[in-house]
Design a protein around this ligand. Structure first.
Ligand code: CU
Length: 138
C-alpha cells in the first residue's frame, strides 16, 4: 500500500516538472476572485479605485451581489496573497484574511456594517433591481 502511494507521488512529480518552465512568461496575466464584505456602491468604488494603485494590478471589478472582487494582475509582479493583503488594508475582508482593524475603523460607519445590518438600516443598499443605472456620465 505504502509503496503504491510512493510511486504514484513520484509519477505526479515527474509529470509536473516538465510543464513548470512554461509558467515563467513575464507578460503573463492572471486573475483571482476574492470573497469580500463590501456592502454598498461606496465600498465598490473605494475598492476598485484603491486596488488599481496596488503594484501589478491591471483591472478590478467588485460585484456587490456576489460579494466578490475580481482582480486581473501581472503574475510576475504580485500574487493572490499580496492582493488579499491589499484588500485588507483598505478595510475589507479578503477570503480568510480579516480586514485591517485601523483601516476598517476609518471607513464611513455605513460601510462598516454587515450586509444584513446595512440593509436593515434603510441606507441605500446594494443595487437590488435592474443593474446599476447610475454610472457617472463623462
Ligand atoms: Cu460601503
Amino acid at each position: 500500500m505504502k509503496t503504491t502511494m510512493k510511486s504514484l507521488v513520484f509519477l505526479l512529480l515527474a509529470a509536473t516538472v516538465g510543464s513548470a518552465s512554461a509558467q515563467d512568461d513575464p507578460a503573463k496575466f492572471a486573475s483571482v476572485d476574492i470573497h469580500t464584505n463590501a456592502v454598498c456602491n461606496d465600498c465598490k468604488h473605494r475598492i476598485e479605485s484603491e486596488m488599481l494603485y496596488v503594484k501589478g494590478v491591471q483591472a478590478v471589478t467588485v460585484d456587490l451581489a456576489k460579494e466578490n472582487i475580481h482582480v486581473e494582475y501581472r503574475a510576475k509582479k504580485t500574487d493572490p496573497a499580496k492582493l488579499r493583503e491589499a484588500v485588507s488594508k483598505i478595510g475589507y475582508l479578503a477570503d480568510d484574511v480579516q480586514p485591517d482593524p485601523a483601516a476598517r475603523k476609518a471607513l464611513p460607519s455605513c460601510c462598516q456594517m454587515t450586509k444584513e445590518e446595512h440593509n436593515a438600516s434603510g441606507a441605500p443598499a446594494a443595487p437590488a433591481g435592474p443593474a446599476s443605472p447610475a454610472e457617472p456620465q463623462h
